[in-house]
Design a protein around this ligand. Structure first.
Ligand code: HEC
Ligand code: HEC
Length: 162
């Protein structure tokens, strides 16, 4: 009996910790490394299960493993767009769809899938066996993909005189 009460105590303490982590105080700066560490802790033992079973609001990456979903967030999304998690999420409230950028990311992901599975497949004589694009192909560290190349670097006088 005492053991059971102790166990319940531990569970309550863990839940309190999880809740504290899930609702950072306003004005607190976002710590991405800590957020990712907390999420990895929360999915410990379930990282290989489909994201749709582990997380609360997965519509696009349903079959992707939960651990891999976090890597897509960190590298596929953050790095490709040059943003942190809060560009698309309220930190800690990961399942909410309150930022339009989150839904845009879902649509972008569907667009990428169509480009890869349909459009690129129709182009004959490409060099790659599996030609593909991803978020980085267009975004290259920016939220707004460039339409023009940056100005060429100014030519150094020494090079002009050579
Ligand atoms: C460019 C937008 C974008 C960025 C940046 C982003 N996410 Fe996401 N995130 C999404 C989308 C879209 C989904 C929902 C995927 C789906 O529907 O399959 C999602 C889902 C999640 C989920 C699952 C929540 C649930 O319970 O349903 C977690 C956890 C998460 N993101 C964490 C992060 C973390 C941590 C970062 C930063 C390292 C991050 N995200 C950066 C767009 C983003
Ligand atoms: C074929 C090029 C292309 C690819 C590939 C692409 N995007 Fe985009 N993305 C765009 C364009 C164009 C915009 C619109 C920019 C603007 O508002 O003018 C955009 C805008 C966005 C925005 C809104 C940015 C903001 O802050 O307003 C998000 C979020 C986004 N893309 C996420 C993604 C993600 C995630 C991927 C990979 C799954 C991806 N994109 C792949 C071209 C692309």
């Amino acid at each position: 009996m005492a053991r059971m009460i102790a166990r319940i105590g531990v569970v309550i303490a863990l839940m309190a910790l999880a809740l504290a982590g899930a609702s950072p105080q306003a004005g607190q700066t976002f710590d991405q490394a800590q957020a990712l560490a907390e999420l990895r802790g929360a999915i410990a033992g379930k990282a290989d299960k489909p994201a749709v079973e582990v997380f609360k609001n997965i519509r696009q990456y349903k079959g992707v493993a939960a651990g891999r979903l976090l890597r897509i967030m960190e590298f596929g999304f953050n790095r490709s767009l040059g943003v942190d998690c809060t560009h698309c999420h309220v930190a800690g409230q990961w399942e909410l769809d309150d930022k339009p950028t989150k839904q845009i990311a879902r649509e972008m992901s569907a667009m990428v899938a169509t480009i890869n599975s349909e459009h690129l497949k129709k182009i004959p004589n490409l060099k790659s066996t599996n030609p593909s694009v991803n978020c980085t192909t267009c975004h290259r560290g920016q939220t707004r993909p460039a339409l023009e190349l940056p100005d060429p670097p100014p030519v150094k006088p020494a090079e002009v005189n050579r």
